[in-house]
Design a binder for this molecule. Structure first.
Ligand SMILES: Cc1ncc(C[n+]2csc(CCOP(=O)(O)OP(=O)(O)O)c2C)c(N)n1
Length: 644
């Protein structure tokens, strides 16, 4: 796989193998881990920058703490590749994010060292505090360390956890891994304080002395530190970042150079046995030790396979534009037409395509940090004053703001546009990131309009329709990846609310579907045709309000209806269709609801996952055929054979 050798890493499989290492040996191990990480990820792709920045931190933590008896709780999890390498999984790192391979995130079923699953940000302190409470409840004696990035510190849960920890006063260590970056530049107001602090050597010296003097003195030390901090505040030498944490009941230590092994080992060895909540502030550099990643932090956050010398991935063949790009461009066009339109992202400007708005109309763009809940209520506030907020948030992350959507937006009939990117099965990021619940969790909200486009052109029209709608909350959800290459017209057309369309007429069965998966249904209809089954394909466009007239018409012409969606079959689009027929009193038809089954779907490529859940074209054709066979209306051949 690679020309490198890893002399020290070769001797290490699990943390107990390096507990007795000297500092030079630990440094050599960290160098090997870094080289190994670059070697492997350059061939597989995956998250890179955050892992490179946390190599020394990971080595030091596993060296000092008695893992897995002591518990490390990583926030988000994309920075945990070095942790995987050092906890018995280095030989499988080359399978990361691949079908049946290692997960790209923490996963409890994967390793006893993965104490808590992660993928969504800002959860580590709460989870760690829960473990601490259980430890004390059970009279056990392990240590618990939560490791949280500065980006994740923009999420409110962090402060909920700290507040609770400060009250409970239990022994808990939080490591703030501060690389001054989120995926994009971080929007953490406190980072200004930290930047000043780190840039001020005299303050650093003062702080180091303070730590030496007072850090080891427990209660007395605490008091002294507080007095000194107040003094400091009084003379305004510099703002003390620790004050915030100390007010929350944490003892603050730092900043520590997160690439200096001896400093890391020394601080963790010290604080390991201190009582109460401790916060160790560690400064790191995202992409550390690999020039291309240091130079282009944002691009090398997550990568496809790349050339190690240049850090460049092979250029993708020119294909149709990604849905995200089409969305981002359409937002800019609409913002230019409509001076009240503003875009909101929760720390994902590039991921959502809103970076285009940020570049072209920066005063119409808000990055609220990893704060989906705040972002939605912020949008609601904007809407009360006549702005048209377009909140572009991945389907999976919007789950965080469920209550805000109901309580702050829908209940008040506010016109907020929800643009849910990454709807459906996202692929390599796996179950933490699949957007397969949105149609269900949005559908139960009164007044919510929900659309899903069949292609990128319809996405443009749906966005326009949503911006013009004005009457209340309205959502559109679209997938990760490229569109299908349909021509994109100039300008936009309104889509009548709640109206679907027949895309292909048939005689034997109606496939009633929604969203980009419509394309697979159309292909499935072609397969079925080859077996003599003429399937009608209906693009419903709206999950809510569902087009009752069209469904009535379909029921008048077909005895058999199959609904297709890349959302959970529980409470989603198919349920809407079934409910509609029930309300209409139409009971003389057979309906099959097909979509994501009621269990969590692992990672793999979208094609592999669609095949597994029978949502690829062949799978859909198979499901439709089996359904017809079950009811034996027409004598048919088994379909897989004719499709393959
Ligand atoms: C709730 C939620 N929103 C958005 C994301 C997307 N996301 C993944 S990592 C990340 C940045 C995290 O920054 P930080 O914690 O500082 O880690 P770093 O990558 O800098 O090491 C974001 C926004 C997420 N994982 N969870």
């Amino acid at each position: 796989m690679t020309e490198h050798t890893y002399p020290i890493l070769d001797k290490v499989n699990v943390p107990s193998d390096f507990r007795a290492f000297s500092i030079p040996e630990l440094k050599a191990l960290a160098d090997d881990v870094r080289t190994f990480l670059i070697d492997v990820i350059s061939t597989t792709g995956g998250h890179l920058g955050a892992g490179l920045g946390s190599v020394e931190l990971t080595v030091a933590l596993h060296h000092v703490f008695n893992t897995p008896h002591d518990k490390l709780v990583w926030d988000v999890g994309h920075q945990a590749y070095p942790h995987k390498i050092l906890t018995g999984r280095k030989d499988r790192l080359n399978t990361i994010r691949q079908y049946k391979g290692l997960s790209g995130f923490l996963k409890r079923t994967e390793s006893e060292y993965d104490t808590f699953g992660a993928g969504h940000a800002s959860t580590a302190i709460s989870a760690a505090l829960g473990m601490v409470a259980a430890r004390d409840f059970n009279h056990e004696d392990y240590k618990v360390v939560a490791i949280v990035g500065d980006g994740s510190m923009t999420g409110g849960m962090v402060y909920e956890g700290m507040n609770n920890a400060g009250i409970l006063k239990k022994n808990l260590i939080v490591v703030l891994n501060d690389n001054n970056m989120s995926i994009a530049p971080n929007v953490w107001a406190l980072s200004n304080y930290f930047t000043q602090l780190i840039a001020n050597p005299s303050y650093n010296r003062f702080k180091a002395n303070m730590y030496e003097l007072t850090g080891k003195l427990d209660a007395w030390g605490d008091r002294l530190r507080r007095v000194a901090a107040r003094l400091e505040e009084g003379v305004k030498v510099v703002i003390t970042p620790g004050m915030l944490f100390e007010a929350l009941g944490f003892r603050y230590f730092g900043p520590i150079n997160g690439h200096n092994m001896s400093q890391l080992v020394s601080i963790f060895s010290d604080v390991k046995n201190y009582p109460g909540p401790i916060l160790v502030h560690v400064t790191t550099q995202k992409g550390k030790g690999y020039k291309p990643a240091e130079a282009d932090v944002q691009r090398l956050h997550g990568v496809t396979p790349f050339d190690k010398v240049t850090g460049r991935s092979p250029k993708k063949a020119d294909g149709p534009p990604a849905y995200t790009k089409v969305f981002g461009k359409a937002v800019v066009e609409l913002a230019k037409q409509n001076p009240r339109l503003v875009g909101i992202t929760a720390a994902m400007p590039d991921g959502t395509g809103l970076d285009q708005l940020q570049k072209e109309l920066p005063d119409r763009f808000y990055d609220v940090g990893i704060a989906e809940q705040h972002g939605i209520t912020f949008a609601a506030g904007l809407a009360t004053q006549g702005c048209v907020p377009v909140a572009a948030i991945y389907s999976t992350f919007l789950q965080r703001a469920f209550d805000q959507i109901i309580h702050d937006v829908a209940l008040q009939h506010l016109h907020v546009v929800f643009a849910l990117d990454r709807g459906g099965l996202v692929g390599a990021d796996g179950p933490t990131h699949h957007g397969v619940f949105d149609l269900s969790y949005l559908r139960l909200i009164p007044e919510m309009v929900i659309m899903a486009p069949k292609d990128e052109s319809e996405l443009r029209d749906m966005l326009y329709t949503a911006v013009e709608y004005k009457q209340g909350p309205i959502a559109l959800r679209y997938p990760r990846g490229n569109g299908i290459g349909v021509p994109l017209k100039q300008g936009f057309d309104l889509i009548p609310i709640g109206k679907g369309e027949v895309l292909r007429s048939g005689k034997d069965v109606a496939i009633v579907c929604i969203g980009a998966i419509v394309q697979n249904a159309l292909k499935a209809a072609e397969y079925l045709e080859k077996s003599g089954i003429r399937a009608e394909v209906v693009n419903m466009r709206f999950v809510k309000p569902v087009d009752a007239d069209l469904l009535k018409d379909v029921a008048s012409r077909f005895d058999h209806i199959v609904t297709i969606e890349d959302n959970s079959i529980v409470g989603g689009f198919g349920s809407a269709v079934v409910e509609c027929y029930a309300q209409l009193g139409i009971t003389n038809i057979k309906i099959k609801v097909h979509g994501i089954p009621d269990h969590f779907i692992d990672h793999g490529t979208p094609d592999e996952l669609h095949r597994d859940v029978m949502l690829d074209a062949q799978g859909i054709a198979h499901v439709v055929n089996e359904f017809l066979q079950q009811h034996a209306t027409v004598l048919r051949q088994p379909l897989r054979a004719s499709v393959n």
